[in-house]
Design a protein around this ligand. Structure first.
Ligand SMILES: [Zn+2]
Length: 140
């Protein structure tokens, strides 16, 4: 049993096995989908309300619709899906290699409000910038 457990542990370190994939995808492809302004993860408002952002728990969006409106945007310019970010060249290009498998915005035409950026930097929290959110910040 011990050997089997170690084997499983090794599998998760090397990459996701197909049966282990726990992708975060929108449950409803309507106008309600929004992208996280830190990591660019795309989900519905209700999914953000239920679980917050899986990559960015520091944004404290769980159960807070106003916070969700501030920390996400529906100005999504294209979406890609990555099943295994660690081996995906798209994830490498988009800088989402270390993030959860799921749907991400290729680009977002919005940035985190300055007040929230300040609040996070005062707490010593580093925002997870992906290509989508970093480029939006540069355009600001
Ligand atoms: Zn996020």
């Amino acid at each position: 049993m011990v050997a089997r457990d170690q084997e499983n542990e090794n599998e998760t370190q090397e990459g996701f096995e197909p049966e282990d994939i726990d992708m975060i995808v929108p449950t409803d492809w309507s106008s309600k989908i929004r992208g996280c302004l830190s990591c660019s993860l795309v989900k519905t408002v209700n999914q953000f309300a239920t679980n917050g952002c899986e990559n960015c728990p520091f944004l404290n969006m769980q159960g807070d619709k106003e916070r969700i409106m501030d920390c996400t945007s529906n100005s999504i310019l294209g979406i890609y899906t990555t099943m295994n970010p660690r081996t995906s060249w798209v994830a490498k290009w988009q800088r989402t290699v270390k993030l959860r498998p799921g749907c991400y915005a290729i680009a977002i035409d919005a940035t985190l409000p300055e007040g929230i950026e300040e609040e996070l930097s005062e707490q010593g929290i580093r925002i997870k910038r992906t290509r989508a959110t970093a480029e939006a910040t540069l355009r600001k």
